[in-house]
Design a protein around this ligand. Structure first.
Ligand code: PLP
Length: 377
């Protein structure tokens, strides 16, 4: 039985050439990048080369990119530092943010004198810009908006350019969790008003356990993780040199092939939607169908209740197909995720299932999936 991996939004398989680059870095970059001798300097040079390459892709300055251990750490850093160091007294998030934003915001609300406002989304997961603007018109509190670029469960793309403009107009800080989009959609921080942006290596075919944070040079922050003076005093701890080099290589690959690979996956996604609607009309598309509105790697379907829908993911797994019930964190959980609740799909015993693809998937795999879904409907 051939395995079919349709959980790329949880983690996109690492590229073979990235594995080679990491292996070589582990072998050859032995020094501590903070050491001043030649081994240290060589490791430092590899980090700085990686930083430069990542900064160029985002049109950021080199000094605006900071390496973190993952997207979660980048998100935690922004919310905590905005409150502790930039005098933020109000955080506005959407109701479908990743737990690394949502739970951090709740923790801050509980322990500090900070108001957290959760913005409702429509039934496709889009935030309401009129409500956001109304909130921003009450300027008495310094505000951070944290709204993700694309949602990890349903793929909805938020209008970050417009949100950035609103933030500029009302002097609010703007953080976007771009963990699902970096490497898949172009992002230019020089033309979008973004104060902070989070990304994670394993979502774009790089290694796990490495991410980065873009911090606009107007908002320089002090360390969230304290210790040595690594990462120009913003993030202490000896750098994950091989991870950084591997992540930069993966991002370079994604940018080199973005047009061709994204066109391929968009086509695959249309095929999946078309086949499901033709052969399984009872299964409804939850995500926006257009890839203008939904990240092309993610498709979420609603499977109405039946004696088999309960065990759908397990049966797919037995059939060799790896998918997810929304996000990786909620897969296997009985309860629908906060995202599914926020878009009003939690009212009966049906299930939402996410298929997330990459250029490594094929139409034959989609045919296999549809065949399996017919069996388990
Ligand atoms: N933000 C989003 C939107 C995600 O999808 C994820 C991971 O699923 C994260 C943040 C956390 O990233 P990491 O796994 O690197 O901690």
């Amino acid at each position: 039985m051939k395995s079919i991996y349709l959980d790329n939004a949880a983690s996109a398989p690492i590229l073979e050439e990235v594995v080679d680059v990491i292996a070589e870095s582990l072998r050859s970059l032995n020094g501590n990048p903070s050491s001043t001798h030649k081994y240290g300097r060589t490791a430092r040079a590899a980090i700085e080369q990686s930083r430069k390459s990542i900064a160029q892709h985002l049109n950021a300055s080199i000094g605006e990119i900071f390496f973190t251990s993952c997207g979660t750490e980048a998100n935690n850093t922004v919310l905590n530092c905005a409150v502790d160091q930039l005098d933020v007294e109000r955080i506005i998030i959407s109701s479908i943010e990743h737990p690394s934003v949502r739970n951090t915001a709740s923790f801050i609300a509980k322990h500090r004198d900070v108001e957290v406002v959760e913005l409702r989304v429509n039934q496709s997961g889009r935030v309401d810009l009129d409500i956001l603007e109304d909130l921003l018109r009450t300027p008495e509190k310094k505000t951070l908006i944290s709204i993700m670029h694309a949602n990890n469960e349903i793929g909805t793309i938020q209008p970050i350019e417009t949100i950035g403009e609103l933030c500029k107009e009302h002097q609010a800080l703007f953080h976007t969790d771009a963990v699902q989009t970096v490497g898949h959609l172009p992002c230019d921080v020089s033309t979008t008003n973004i104060s902070f942006l989070s990304a994670s290596g394993h979502k774009f075919h790089g290694p796990k356990g490495i991410g980065f944070l873009y911090v606009n040079s107007d908002n320089i922050i002090e360390p969230y993780i304290r210790g040595g003076s690594q990462e120009r005093n913003v993030r202490a701890g000896t750098e994950n040199v091989a991870g950084i080099v591997g992540m930069a290589h993966a991002l370079q690959y994604c940018y080199d092939h973005m047009n061709e690979k994204s066109a391929y996956v968009r086509d695959l996604r249309s095929y999946l939607i078309e086949q499901v609607s033709e052969q399984l009309p009872q299964i409804q598309l939850v995500s926006y169908s257009s890839t203008e509105d939904c990240l092309y790697t993610i498709t979420n379907f609603y499977v109405p209740p039946s004696d088999k829908s309960d065990l759908l993911l397990m049966n797919l797994d037995i059939a060799g197909i790896s998918a997810s019930g929304g996000s990786a964190c909620s897969s296997g959980a009985e309860k629908p995720s906060h995202v599914i609740e926020a878009i009003g799909r939690d009212s009966d015993d049906g299930k939402c299932v996410r298929f997330s693809m990459s250029f490594m998937n094929t139409k034959e795999e989609i045919d296999q999936l549809v065949k399996a879904l017919k069996k388990f409907k």
